[in-house]
Design a binder for this molecule. Structure first.
Ligand code: SF4
Length: 326
């Protein structure tokens, strides 16, 4: 099944309603990344990419603009165009050109969600700086914890990432850098990065980086490792409070629930649209119809057909029943 470059719209807890852009073709693999995070909603990476130079099926800026132009006109009421999906967007070195191309077509702000792995590179920082908002992951200020959670490809080091994020924050000039801090526990209730000690190290690291915003959240979709569990809302609130005391109320966002904003979408190929969304993001029935503005009655037969054809599967988790592409 064709998995388009531009997909969605999808609802997210952080960005509201956005259109997704994937910048590496996923013909050979369900995921193109240089990390293999224990919390990844896309499952295990089959073979980790080491660098942008390793990418074989990079999408071109022309392909992005063409795909965006076709799809964008069918959709109303978007909050963002977001580069994310089945790959780490900064692995495509034409990312900056792609962002510029989309900005020529649409006034909707552009966000890039990055795992931060390559921000030590100046060319990658220049690309990221084209976006209105960069949401960059930082799970720990300690190398060992960071490695345990992300399981990065060889050659990636936390200290280079921290320096790169600091440079990106300095580049500013009307652009925004938000650090996304995902807190996790293990099955036994043992914290992975949410102990007081880890939180204090994060405070110190974030102070050094000086971002515009800090997002505090926990895992909500089925993780790659079954033993990974969300941190309780009570603990998340405590951590957010500590961050607020250090960085101020206006900089800290505690991300707990998604928005339910809706808008019109003209569905030209509902099966392909549902599959393209579930390939990038496992969703519950409700999240799927709300994100795609499809209506539950219209979505049901589409899901049944995709299930029957073996293209998607249903998975049960503590947070509900999810559909995802196989
Ligand atoms: S969560 Fe993101 S960064 Fe981590 S392995 Fe999955 S796609 Fe890569």
């Amino acid at each position: 099944m064709n998995s388009r470059i531009v997909y969605g719209p999808l609802l997210s807890r952080r960005l509201g309603r956005s259109l997704g852009v994937d910048v590496i073709k996923n013909a050979g693999s369900k995921k193109n990344c240089n990390y293999d995070c224990i919390y990844c909603q896309l499952g295990h990476v089959e073979s980790k990419l080491k660098s942008p130079e390793d990418v074989k099926e990079a999408v071109t800026p022309e392909e992005v603009s063409e795909s965006f132009q076709k799809f964008n006109k069918d959709i109303e009421n978007l909050d963002y165009t977001t580069f994310s999906g089945t790959c780490e967007p900064s692995l495509n070195l034409s990312l900056g050109e792609m962002v510029q191309g989309i900005k020529k077509i649409s006034r909707v702000p552009v966000c890039v969600i990055t795992n931060s792995s390559l921000v030590g590179r100046e060319d990658v920082r220049k690309n990221l700086a084209q976006a209105d908002l960069v949401v960059a992951t930082l799970v720990s200020g300690n190398e060992n914890t960071w490695r345990r959670i992300h399981r990065p490809a060889p050659g990636i080091a936390l200290q280079e990432i921290i320096e790169g994020l600091r440079e990106l924050a300095k580049a500013g000039a009307g652009k925004k850098l938000a650090l996304e801090v995902m807190f996790l526990e293990s099955e036994t209730g043992k914290p992975l990065n949410s102990t007081d000690e880890e939180v204090e190290k994060l405070v110190q690291t974030i102070r050094y980086i000086c971002p515009d915003e800090i997002e505090v959240l926990t895992v909500s979709r089925p993780p790659a490792e079954k033993w990974v569990k969300p941190v309780s809302e009570e603990r998340l609130r405590e951590i957010a409070k500590r961050f607020v005391s250090e960085f101020g109320d206006e900089k800290v966002r505690l991300v707990l629930k998604g928005k339910n904003k809706r808008g019109k979408v003209l569905h030209r190929d509902p099966e392909e649209e549902v599959y393209a969304l579930l390939l990038r993001r496992p969703c519950t029935f409700e999240q799927t119809w709300q994100g795609l503005s499809m209506g539950p009655g219209r979505l049901s037969p589409v899901l049944e057909k995709l299930l029957g054809e073996g293209k998607i599967e249903k998975i049960d988790t503590e947070t509900g029943e999810y559909y995802r592409a196989k």
